[in-house]
Design a protein around this ligand. Structure first.
Ligand SMILES: *Cc1c(COP(=O)(O)O)cnc(C)c1O
Length: 364
């Protein structure tokens, strides 16, 4: 077979998601394992969302509402932005893809912190554009470094706040200074997938700077704090001119009915969100305490996950944890060959993780 594949597509490393629990259990001959690898909500989905989804399944013969009218209305009220400035996606991943497809072409440059969420690189390369990497500084996005790499070819830049995989934040002050310096035609994308978890008061919230003049895009998701990763729904807030462009290429029914209904119900489930934040913050604090006791180095985080410096080959530690039935993420592919990333689980899962890690690192 002779395939002609564009060079930019061949330059893409396929995204490797954490394997599903079932597959790993089969592969390793283990059972009863726990997954702390994909920053998912350990409490499950919002119960109100589950109920609403169950009610609507009998209507699945109908196409979804292609404009997500009611969900956009609801978000508009909660966020205090016009519904026309909101776009829904099949996960915020889809919106990241739409931004690249709509605004990038061969020759364009996109500035990305390194390392960061691997999807940015994939969509930029898919569009034939060139990623320009700016290394993190002390695990934090280097805004000055990013500013210095802006050229006449730069069309877009991605910031993640709080950052994945490090859990660090951009402060309000730094973000404001940055926005005042970047050329207004540049599209600044701020991916706030974990913003609900941030406890630091100084953490920048990009919506505060939203207006119809500035090319600022805020991305949010229902996958983490709302526990709806499996149903795929996220959203973006941006000037109406940008939603107008994205709507030209958006598939008409990109967000399915279950996702729209589930997300609406999840937004009404304040109790679930509160419980999620409580279990996350309490879990982080108790994991930090345990690691302090064991003398294991880690990096405190403003998200629902954090990095641990295992001071040896992270892929090996990942494998050893798997043998113990604990699934985490090795950070080798993110450029940290001695770090693992672990997300907060249920209290008993956190305890099991600490036991397994202690056993592996200290043979205790
Ligand atoms: C999890 C995550 C998302 C969310 O993606 P969805 O497609 O909405 O599930 C987006 N950005 C980052 C940095 C993430 O970690």
């Amino acid at each position: 077979m002779v395939l002609s594949v564009p060079k930019n597509i061949l330059s893409i490393q396929p995204y490797s998601p954490g394997k599903p629990i079932e597959e790993l259990e089969r592969e390793y001959g283990i059972s009863d394992s726990i997954k702390l690898a994909s920053n998912e909500n350990p409490l499950g989905p919002s119960p109100k969302a589950v109920e609403a989804i169950q009610e609507v399944v009998t209507k699945l013969n109908r196409y979804p509402d292609g404009s997500a009218y009611y969900l956009r209305q609801k978000l508009s009220q909660i966020l205090n932005v016009p519904p026309e400035s909101i776009i829904l996606g099949n996960g915020s991943d889809e919106i990241i893809g739409m931004l690249a497809a709509a605004f990038l072409q061969t020759g364009a440059e996109v500035i990305l912190p390194h390392s960061s969420f691997l999807m940015y690189d994939i969509v930029v390369r898919s569009a034939g554009a060139t990623p320009v990497y700016v290394p993190l500084k002390s695990l934090t996005i280097d805004l000055q470094g990013i500013f210095e790499r802006i050229s006449s070819k730069t069309r877009m830049l991605f910031l993640t706040n709080p950052h994945n995989p490090t859990g660090t934040i951009i402060s309000k002050k730094d973000f404001e200074e940055f926005l005042n310096r970047v050329p207004p035609e540049m599209i600044v994308v701020v991916d706030e997938a974990y913003i609900e978890f941030a406890r630091e008061k100084i953490c920048a919230k990009s919506l505060q700077y939203f207006n119809n003049i500035r090319n600022l895009v805020t991305l949010r998701t229902f996958s983490k704090a709302y526990g709806l990763a499996g149903i795929r729904i996220g959203y973006g807030i941006m000037p109406e001119e940008i939603t107008g462009i994205l709507n030209r290429i958006r598939q008409p029914f990109n967000v399915n009915t279950l996702a729209q209904i589930g997300a609406m119900a999840a937004l009404d489930d304040d109790g679930f969100l509160k419980k999620t934040l409580e279990i996350t913050h309490h879990g982080l604090d108790s994991l930090y305490d345990s690691l302090d006791t064991l003398g294991i180095k880690y990096f405190p985080s403003q998200t629902n996950f954090f990095l641990i410096d295992v001071q040896k080959n992270a892929d090996q530690v990942f494998e050893q944890l798997l043998q113990e039935g604990v699934i985490v993420r090795s950070m080798t592919s993110y450029g940290f060959p001695e770090y693992i990333r672990v997300n907060v689980g249920l209290p008993e899962e956190n305890v099991r993780f600490i036991k397994a890690l202690g056993k592996i690192l200290y043979k205790v």
